[in-house]
Design a protein around this ligand. Structure first.
Ligand SMILES: [Zn+2]
Length: 286
């Protein structure tokens, strides 16, 4: 089978929504989110130059607060996927609250794009025990909030049973596909200085060093797997600063040089399903 190394360049199009959801709504904090408006055209231009189609996980709050930004993403033909309506963490909302948030976000995206979102990424990457069931109930094909692999998709499980002093009992596999992420491949913890979280998140890393990490994860995938998908997560209001945009440009150039095939998450999911069907058929014929 020929070698294929897919890269999903994804953006969590948060702007001010995570600051509001954490009760950090002072003018300066809001302006940090507003910077996403300045950053977006720079990002769309860069993606266009490298012919990269991306997935923008977009809270309903961003779509309705910054409609011109959402329109620009849509016009450039990138995938728009679900990232909550507010940016509250599903695990904090209770089952009904989580479902309300899901339904409201779906409706907002459907009004913008004319179709329901296929993919979901939880705000702040923390699903609840209800999330998988709710995502299946509302027709999602994939989630992108978990970290159980780095180069492969896998099927999400129903809730595990986790008695503290007994071995864990894993839940049954469901048809919902996980397209995994990692904090190591997310711009936010590397770059954003936050003194308002519990404790300080120092951020402000040297972009060239972060670039080295990001490239090496792709090179390692090529080293150990003939077929794989690697997903990077960026935020317009974080990556849009000058030195970081130069880093993103260098990343795209290096990955292209190394043979990366850039896809939206939905296209990568289709590719994974086709690859999986081929592998299963090959195994059955042996
Ligand atoms: Zn987010």
């Amino acid at each position: 089978m020929s070698k294929t190394h897919i890269v999903c360049i994804t953006f969590d199009h948060d702007n001010m929504s995570p600051y509001i959801s954490r009760d950090l709504a002072t003018p300066t904090m809001i302006s940090r989110g507003d910077f996403g408006v300045v950053a977006l055209p720079r990002i769309l231009d860069l993606l266009d130059r490298f012919d990269v189609k991306s997935t923008f996980f977009t809270p309903g709050h961003t779509i309705e607060t910054y409609p011109a930004c959402a329109e620009k993403v849509l016009k450039a033909d990138h995938e728009i996927a679900h990232h909550g309506w507010t940016h509250r963490i599903p695990a904090t909302l209770g089952k009904d609250g989580e479902e309300e948030e899901l339904v409201r976000g779906i409706a907002t995206i459907e009004r913008l794009t004319g179709r329901k979102p296929r993919g979901y990424r939880s705000p702040s990457w923390d699903l609840s025990e209800h999330s998988v069931d709710l995502l299946l109930k509302h027709g999602f094909r994939y989630d992108s909030s978990m970290m159980g692999h780095d180069y492969d998709c896998y099927f999400c499980r129903k809730p595990d049973q986790l008695p503290l002093e007994q071995p864990a009992i894993f839940g049954e596999e469901t048809p919902l596909v996980e397209m995994p992420i990692s904090w190591t491949l997310d711009d936010f913890p590397h770059f954003e200085y936050m003194r308002n979280f519990p404790g300080i998140q120092p951020g402000l890393m040297n972009a060239s060093l972060v670039l080295e990490n990001f490239v090496d994860d792709f090179l390692y995938m090529k080293q150990i797997q003939d077929w794989g998908i690697l997903t990077y997560t960026f935020h317009p209001h974080v990556i849009g600063r000058g030195h970081r945009m130069i880093m993103l440009e260098r990343l795209l150039a290096r990955l292209a040089e190394e043979g990366a095939v850039f896809m939206t998450m939905e296209a990568a999911l289709d590719a994974w399903q086709a690859h999986r069907a081929g592998t299963l058929a090959e195994a059955a014929a042996r």
